[in-house]
Structures are given as structure tokens and as C-alpha cells.
Design a protein around this ligand. Sequence first.
Ligand SMILES: *[C@@H]1O[C@H](CO)[C@@H](O)[C@H](O)[C@H]1NC(C)=O
Ligand SMILES: *[C@@H]1O[C@H](CO)[C@@H](O)[C@H](O)[C@H]1NC(C)=O
Ligand SMILES: *[C@@H]1O[C@H](CO)[C@@H](O)[C@H](O)[C@H]1NC(C)=O
Length: 301
Amino acid sequence: MALAVLLASASLVAAAPSLVARQAITPLTTAEIDVFTPYTYYAAAGYCTPATTLAWNCGTNCEANPDFEPVAAGGDGNSVQYWYVGWDPKLETVIVAHQGTNTSQLLPVLTDASFVLESLNATLFPGVSSSVKAHSGFANEQAKTATTILSAVQTAISKYGAKNVTLVGHSLGAALALLDSVYLPLHVSGVTFSTVTYGMPRVGNLDFADLASDRPISHINNKWVLLWLLLIDPVPTLPYQFMGYVHPTGEIHIEDSGAWDNCPGMDNPSTLCSTGDVPTLLNGNVNDHDGPYNGVEITCS
Ligand SMILES: *[C@@H]1O[C@H](CO)[C@@H](O)[C@H](O)[C@H]1NC(C)=O
Ligand SMILES: *[C@@H]1O[C@H](CO)[C@@H](O)[C@H](O)[C@H]1NC(C)=O
Ligand SMILES: *[C@@H]1O[C@H](CO)[C@@H](O)[C@H](O)[C@H]1NC(C)=O
């Protein structure tokens, strides 16, 4: 089954979020869940160093997609998150992956009031309304690698005659992938962009979420219940809605049972979805941030 079939056909959804929020929450089949597995491994490989991703010699998770052909990689894992770009001949897509950050470093960023919602840089995002706003920390991080990744994507597209580009990332890397999903299509035409993210925080305001929902996206988040102990990933619930942040459409929530549910609309309030399920940070458990996602822990290993 093609990824494109699974990803929310979002322009339809974005038109009427309040109506869609009342749509049924539907479980994914095992076959549908399995479609995401190669992308989960690609998100995990986002944590590996550029030298190892360029050689595609980076451990079990990383090399789980053995046919991958790297094109470019960069970042230092410190002041600039790692990233890589390459081609998957089986999935017939260019892959763009961003490194995340560990939860103890991300939570302070998500709750720090000195990061404000700001308009996107008009040079990088030409023609995008100033009413479209994103978290300033995420926007600054995306800007550091934007033009380098753009040229790597253009190189990969022409080298492989690609028709698809898929953006992946976990945690902070998910936020960067979402910003790239708005940025890259402003500069590249003739290809289909899709986005698959894991443990994604909220990234921008309603106008940003609307724009990000215009193309196929799945953002998968995790919850696991062990006996009476509720273990939930809090990151997707941050920054809070009352601060003006909204998730795009395309949420897939992993339930206590391990079932994966499609959550239609933006910030679906059902307790089967992240926003309704994890109302505050206190309810969350950071152990769930890294997975497992269909058996895969997101780490470079
Ligand atoms: C997460 O970041 C903290 C703070 O920088 C660091 O002390 C810790 O070792 C990191 N944990 C992992 C698993 O990388
Ligand atoms: C916007 O991005 C361009 C290109 O990266 C950069 O030169 C410029 O300084 C940025 N503008 C602001 C206001 O950050
Ligand atoms: C990618 O593009 C090809 C056409 O080159 C298409 O057949 C395929 O279904 C696309 N794959 C995805 C994941 O969209």
C-alpha cells in the first residue's frame, strides 16, 4: 500500500476542522501500520552522525532500509541538528530526515515563554502571509539548514528523477520536518511532498497548521498503559493550545492497547487522541517519547 493513500488528504480536512473533529476515529489495520515502519527507521537514523549516514553504516535501525542511497548530510548534533537527504528506490521517494533532541532538553524549550510565535522569514517563505506564525526557536533552527537542505533535495530529485519527497523526524526533528513541509514546496515544483513525524510538538498557530495541513502528513504519537500506570508522551501536547498553538491534521495516536487510531481534524479532543488523552504535562511520561512505534525505538543504533 502506498504511503500517499494513507496520509490524510488534508485540504479537505482543513476546510472545516470543527466538523471533522466529530468524524469517527478509525483504527489502522496491521498492514496500514506496517507501511510506516521504513519511515520510523529513517526518523531513527536522523540521530546518527553525518559520517555514518553518508556511508549508511550506522547500526541496526539506521541500516534497516538497506537500499537507501545517501546524497548529503550535515549538522553537528549540537548547535545544528543532524540531517540527511537521500533516495529510497523501493519507496520511490527522496527522504529528508532531521535529528530530534532528547526530552530533557526539549521540554524546557517547549515551556519557555521567551520563545514566541513569530511570522515566518519572508526570504525563506516567499508569499506566505505574516499571519502564519511558528515557534521562534523551531523557526530559527529550521532556518540554519533550510537552503543547504533545499539544494540537497534538488540534487537528489534530478539525480534520481524523483517524483516524491518524504520528510521525516522525531521530536524537535518532527517540528523541523513540519517547517520544511511548508518551506520546500515554495521552492520545488513537480514533486509530491509527504511528511511522517513521531512525537511532534505543536509548531505554530492556526494559520500555520492550516497551511501545513494542505499536504499529506501523518504525525504519530505514542501512549502505552502498563497495568495501572499511565505512561504517555507529553511532547505532542506542548506548547499548549492556550498559548496559541495548533496541531495540523493527520494525527495518528497509539492507544494503550497498541492500536493505532486516525484522529481526524486538528487537535481532536477525543480521549482516543493525544490532546484529549494527555491534557497536561503532569499526565505525561517522557519514556513514551522515544517509542516504541510498532516495535521500533527511535534512536541511532
Ligand atoms: C539528554 O540530555 C541531557 C542534558 O543535556 C544529558 O545529560 C543526557 O545524557 C541526555 N540523554 C541522552 C539519552 O542522550
Ligand atoms: C531571513 O532569511 C535570510 C536567508 O536565510 C537571512 O539572510 C535573513 O537574515 C533572515 N531574516 C531575518 C529577519 O531573520
Ligand atoms: C512516487 O512516485 C511514483 C511515480 O514515479 C509513484 O508511482 C509512487 O506511487 C509514488 N510513491 C509515493 C509514496 O507517493
